[in-house]
Design a protein around this ligand. Structure first.
Ligand SMILES: [Mn+2]
Length: 387
């Protein structure tokens, strides 16, 4: 028998060694980091109004941490208001704690920031600094913001969602996944939802996002996923979208709309309205903003930007338009195709129900329009006439 013929692969078959997965040597090792923190308590900080990507990663991080005997508390400074997010939190049975200043942070040995880098989490970062809770871990897919200096960071702006990064950790064996473990199937389902929403239904998904979703499909529960995604919009959200449509101004293919005051509970209507305005013909970018008010939360201009124009970088756009606060932090930022901003009103907050409220809104509305138009290079935004 001819030995050489036996050893050579048939046809164009690739020798086995070459198709084996290559370990990326530059990737930081989350497992080793968690291993070194056994027995600790960590606070996991999600952005003020956590979206499905953030919620899924918080949930996944909690399950992974448990393997390393690390207890986690998930906190955020805002509300859970999008109907899909309410359904998600209920189905996962995940406990999200709303942060307030009376919260005792001293039991925590470190802080973990997921799907954010401490720039969209209100006053929590300052409170953590005061309580001497060090930032340990930052895992995110937004542009590097440089505010925190954690021991471990995995920031990848070229990936569509933080959920995709977590799916990679799972695929690389950070825990042993089992289809028979309900918490694993729920985690895979939540992460899939995170990828879908952050990539706008895979429209902006990249290679790694598709691979992550393909891996998760072995474990996720499709029926539960459908249940989460088919939540109807609340009447209040429909009202905000209606208002955004009615008051939109179109300038240079930008659709700009101020929706006035809204409660913190309805805050997630803003990105939904921006998504909706983006669907109009000859519009490539939509910006929707309003003044969000809430007890224990104060008052702030909150806005969302959506674009399908590749040459527009929402992160850069928002940073240039709104700039920084007194302590040098940007009022907002973004990622590919989407961004957001949050400008606290401070001294001018309050006085609900008096005539001053309307004047205050008009002033902010005009100022934002002016700033955005200046950036676009347009003189004036005209209201769309509904004839
Ligand atoms: Mn995200």
């Amino acid at each position: 028998m001819d030995e050489t013929a036996k050893e050579q692969p048939a046809g164009n078959e690739v020798p086995v060694q070459q198709v084996q997965q290559v370990q990326q040597p530059d990737r930081p090792d989350l497992a080793a980091q968690l291993e070194s923190r056994r027995g600790e308590k960590h606070v996991v900080v999600l952005q003020d109004f956590p979206d499905p990507d953030a919620i899924a990663c918080g949930f996944a991080h909690q399950i992974i941490s448990r393997i390393y005997d690390i207890q986690t508390t998930l906190v955020h400074g805002g509300r859970i208001s999008h109907q899909q997010n309410i359904a998600l939190v209920k189905l996962l049975g995940v406990e999200l704690v709303q942060y307030d200043q009376s919260m005792d942070l001293s039991p925590f040995a470190g802080a973990v920031f997921l799907d954010n880098q401490g720039t969209t989490v209100g006053s929590i970062v300052d409170a953590l600094e005061e309580s001497k809770v060090p930032p340990l871990i930052v895992i995110d897919h937004h542009e590097p913001q440089g505010r925190l200096e954690p021991l471990f960071k995995d920031i990848r702006p070229k990936i569509g969602s933080t959920s995709s990064i977590y799916a990679q950790y799972l695929q690389n064996g950070i825990i042993e996944m089992k289809t028979s473990d309900k918490s694993h199937t729920m985690m895979a389902t939540a992460l899939t939802h995170g990828i879908i929403t952050d990539t706008n239904g895979f429209v902006y998904a990249r290679d790694e996002d598709f691979q992550a979703a393909a891996y998760l499909s072995r474990y996720r529960d499709a029926d539960v996923l459908a249940q989460i995604m088919n939540q109807a919009r609340s009447k209040q959200t429909m009202k905000v979208i209606h208002k955004a449509l009615g008051s939109r101004k179109i300038v240079e293919s930008f659709s700009l709309s101020g929706v006035g005051y809204l409660r913190a509970d309805d805050r997630d209507a803003i990105p939904q309205a921006a998504d909706f305005l983006l669907s109009e013909e000859n519009v490539h970018t939509a910006i929707v903003y309003g003044i969000v008010t809430g007890e224990n939360w104060g008052e702030a201009i909150v806005g969302s930007m959506r674009t399908n124009r590749i040459t527009i970088d929402p992160d850069q756009f928002i940073k240039e338009v709104f700039g920084k606060d007194a302590s040098g932090h940007y009022f907002g930022g973004g990622k590919m195709s989407a961004g957001g901003f949050h400008v606290p009103i401070g001294f001018l907050a309050g006085s609900e129900g008096d005539e001053y409220q309307e004047r205050k809104w008009n002033l902010f509305d005009e100022k934002i329009m002016e700033k955005v138009c200046a950036k676009i290079g347009a003189k004036h935004a005209k209201k769309v006439s509904e004839s």
